[in-house]
Each structure stands twice: as structure tokens, then as C-alpha cells.
Design a protein around this ligand. Sequence first.
Ligand code: 76R
Length: 263
Amino acid sequence: MHNPLVPETLDGWSLLHLMYRVRWDRLRAYSDADRARLADEAIGALAATDGGATACVQILGHKADLMFVCFRRDFEQLAQAQLALSRTGLYDLLEPTSSYVSVVELGMYEMTGKIHEQLGAKFKPGSDEFEQAFDAEMRTQEQRMAGRLFVEVPKWRYVCFYPMNKKRGETVNWYSESFERRAGMMREHGMIGRTYTGKVTQVISGSIGYDDWEWGVDLFAQDPLVFKKLIYEMRFGEASAKFAEFGPFYTGLQFAPGQLSAY
Ligand code: 76R
């Protein structure tokens, strides 16, 4: 059933963020050759098939030393990646500090409204014909957006990850706003975002039902100042000013998987 209150989502990569503290005290005892072997084994374990990938990020601050972001076709492959890493020698030198499970999503406020309107004029909403036509339209949209749903991991040096919610308080509640109000706020949000085109790549992933927050936000840029400016500017948009709640922020530097032993 396509509920007109709910913006449709197009869904892509399954994501698993894994944050670890490195036991430097133990790693120090290893020779350079042993460290290289441990790193190569871990990178081999995290190598993806099916066009997926794993981003490696050196995290700044005490929350973690390393973050691996696994982009995979499905949860089966996420489970495999997590298990494969836990079987490696390096894993004995890593302490998990956090993790996050989500699925890359494109929210479709504008499109959802249009499809309901167009198909509602042709078919009785809720009828089999309506639902079938709706599903067909969603598949077309999926194909159109495949490049964003199954985005190639941006190679940009700086990475910022945080989880967030839309508020569900007694008086301020995103989910009890009308569809049109939410769509209007998301339009404003998108317009602010678009002024950063070329400077930042954002990957929004949905985690309702999967993890402790509602969305994961990954931002990639070549200059970390862009994160501060973009996120600050977004705070003034109504969708964030009034409704956004944020979890812990992870900021770091991306490196090529082959550089793990150098790290
Ligand atoms: O995907 C699109 O380009 C369509 C417009 C769009 C949607 C639907 C969009 C654009 N976002 C969408 C959805 Mn976003 N986004 C965030 C954050 O820090 C904050 O205040 C919020 C964290 C940032 C920095 C950001 C950046 N976005 C969402 C959703 C789902 C909400 C829902 O469905 O209710 C969240 C949680 C979210 C959060 N967004 C953009 C950006 C940028 C830079 C853009 C423009 C992208 C572009 O046009 O290339």
C-alpha cells in the first residue's frame, strides 16, 4: 500500500559503519612486516564483490581511531563483511566503540505527491490498478536514480558521519505535520544543499527500524571547512532548526584501503 502521508523512498546500498579503537599498546610489539600482514589480511576481508566497497577513515578525537564504512548489496553481505573482519588477526587489536546500520535512501517528497495526484486521477487510490501503476512508477524511478542509490564511494579526503532524528515531541513533532508542510521544508532543505554542489557529496541513509537513530548522514569533501559551513547553514532551514536532533559526530580523513598498513 502506498500511503499518501509517507514520502516514498528509493533504496540503495546497505551500509554498515564500524568504529574501532586501535590497541596501540599491543600493536607496538609487532614488527613492520607483521603489521603489513595484519593490514593486508584485514583489507582482504573487507574487500567487496558486486560493486560494493569499503571506505577507510582515520577518525579524529577519542570516539574512535578507525571507521570502516561497508557499502554492500544487502544485509547478507554486510553480515559477511563483519564476520570476515572478526576472523582476522587485526581484529584482536581493535576494540569496537560504535557501529551503525542503515540503507542508502533518496526521499521522494516531491515525486510522491505528484505520483499520488497523477495516478489518483486515473485509478481509485488503493485499488489493485493504482498499486500496480504506483509500483511500476517506483521501479522506473529506481532505474533513473541507480547512480545515486548505488553511488561509488566518493574518494574525497574528509569525511563526516552523524546519525540524526526528526523530532517526535509532544508539541514539536515532524511526523504529525501535514505532508505538504514536510514537503515544503524538505524543498527548502534541498535548496540550501544544492548551493554546495561540487563541494560536498552527501549520502543519506535511512535507519528507522535498524538502529538507534532515524538517519545516518555521511558527508565527503575536499575541505573540512565545508562541513562546518554547510551544517551551520542547514540549522537555519526550518527542517533542521525546528525538527532535527543529532547524535554523535565522527570526523575524519579517508585513506585508500591499501594504505591501512601505513596508518
Ligand atoms: O537528495 C536530493 O538531492 C533531494 C533533496 C534532498 C532530500 C530529500 C536533500 C538534499 N536531502 C534530503 C533528505 Mn539532505 N542532508 C541532511 C543533512 O545537519 C543537518 O541539519 C542535516 C544533515 C545534511 C548536511 C544534508 C545535506 N537530508 C534528507 C534527509 C531525510 C529526511 C526525510 O526524509 O524526512 C535527512 C535526514 C537529510 C539530512 N541534503 C541535500 C544535503 C545536501 C548537501 C543536499 C543537496 C544535494 C544535492 O543536490 O546534490
